[in-house]
Design a protein around this ligand. Structure first.
Ligand SMILES: NC(=O)c1ccc[n+]([C@@H]2O[C@H](COP(=O)([O-])OP(=O)(O)OC[C@H]3O[C@@H](n4cnc5c(N)ncnc54)[C@H](O)[C@@H]3O)[C@@H](O)[C@H]2O)c1
Ligand SMILES: [Fe+2]
Length: 386
């Protein structure tokens, strides 16, 4: 039995964010007052202004907040909650931004309707009630958070990140608009694109992989592999940007159906303690963890060569699987993603506690096709400190 849930409605069209007011009829209720959560970069690009203008034209008044920090901590989310939702009632929460914004929008929605603290929501299926309606508009490609039932919270005191997982976090409406991502800076294009690739690959080799997740994972791998370099080197290419957005959304659907694994578990301490951007942490770990998993996944990994566009005639399974890992290493170099943890202040002496924290992310470690011991985890972190 496979269960798959996603957003109620997804609309893709270049420029659709600027027409948001015309699409609120997709929600099952009349909207008069909206809270827009966004990031300063989207104010600078003019995207916020266009979204607000379209909402106003549809008779919706809008409050805007940019107080959500990148990869927000529990206390940052609580501060935003106190500063906004206690002031007035909103009919809809709109998230316009990267995964940090989308996750926070999803969390505020259920914090509003559940008589629980955010702390009590951490983990799987703790949220009791549906939230107020949400519209999610991703501006990185990306986390796929617009279609996942997950929201990730940083806990600095535990030096970790932890997920809230609940189908009540799924949004009512998703707008996929490539016009928002043409100005995404190169390092963010690279890191968030590789995060999306990691979602697809980890879902594909996850212990929970199934026909539904496989379909989304393989198509995400195909779209991202074919377009990530163009998006990186020629950010204004709207076709490449749109395919990256759709690929990252499929990555989110794949991980919803199957779950990510050891790469994401090991990335959490890097984000939680050293503030290494989520996509960068995943990109660093992906080749090493995939190589570690190799003997358990060789047959499956070989089938990824074709959607990655690197399959050669007369290659046997072993060669194809190895070519996939080699291509990931090559991509991270082409995309200029850092590979050295010491540049972020990580020292050898920290590896022990990072390994303990990563192994504690059982929700994800249990999905990994090969069990990792503490020594295995330490050895993989160690490769990034060489
Ligand atoms: N919910 C999920 O399923 C899921 C999956 C993966 C990751 N995540 C979480 O998502 C967060 C990371 O999200 P992210 O990688 O999208 O980054 P982000 O939201 O933290 O944004 C990174 C930076 O990009 C900027 N930015 C965003 N869009 C831009 C644009 N169009 N133009 C210029 N700048 C722009 C932001 O202002 C920010 O400075 C992490 O907390 C991670 O754990 C969640
Ligand atoms: Fe991720």
């Amino acid at each position: 039995m496979y269960v798959f849930k996603t957003a109620d409605t997804i609309i893709t069209k270049v420029g659709i964010a600027s027409e948001i007011g015309e699409h609120l009829s997709q929600l099952k209720q009349h909207v008069q007052k909206a809270l827009l959560l966004t990031q300063p970069a989207l104010q600078k690009s003019g995207a916020v202004e266009k979204v607000v203008a379209s909402l106003n034209q549809a008779g919706v008044s809008v409050d805007v907040t940019t107080d959500v920090e990148p990869e927000p901590t529990l206390s940052n989310i609580e501060t935003v909650y106190q500063a906004t939702l206690n002031v007035t009632d909103y009919d809809v929460l709109i998230g316009l931004g990267g995964g940090s914004i989308l996750d926070t929008t999803k969390l505020l929605s259920v914090m509003k309707t559940n008589d629980m603290s955010l702390d009590e929501m951490l983990g799987s299926d703790q949220v009791k009630q549906p939230g107020i309606p949400t519209v999610l508009i991703p501006t990185t490609s990306g986390t796929g958070a617009e279609v996942t039932p997950n929201a990730i919270v940083t806990l600095p005191e535990k030096e970790l990140k932890i997920g809230v997982v609940s189908s009540y976090l799924l949004p009512n409406l998703v707008l996929i608009d490539a016009a928002l991502t043409t100005g995404l800076p190169k390092p963010i294009t690279a890191a968030t694109g590789m995060d999306a690739f990691t979602h697809a690959l980890e879902s594909y080799i996850s212990n929970k992989a199934n026909p539904i997740s496989d379909m989304f994972a393989l198509e995400a791998i195909r779209l991202i592999s074919a377009n990530i370099e163009t998006a990186y080197f020629n950010g204004g290419n709207i076709e490449a940007r749109e395919r990256m957005l759709i690929g990252s959304m499929y990555g989110g659907m794949a991980l919803t159906a199957a779950g990510t694994a050891a790469v994401h578990a090991m990335a959490y301490p890097l984000g939680g303690k050293y503030k290494i951007a989520h996509g960068v942490a995943n990109s660093m770990l992906l080749p090493h963890v995939t190589q570690f998993n190799m003997d358990a996944i060789e047959t499956r990994l070989a089938t990824v060569a074709e959607p990655m566009g690197i399959k050669k005639e007369n290659q046997d399974e072993k060669e194809m699987a190895q070519a996939v890992v080699d291509r990931i290493v090559e991509l991270t170099k082409i995309l200029e993603i850092p590979q050295d943890l010491s540049a972020y202040g990580v020292q050898d002496s920290a590896i022990e506690s990072m390994a303990v924290a990563a192994l504690d992310v059982k929700r994800l470690m249990d999905n990994n096709p090969k069990q990792l011991t503490k020594e295995d985890v330490k050895a993989i972190y160690g490769k990034l400190l060489a």
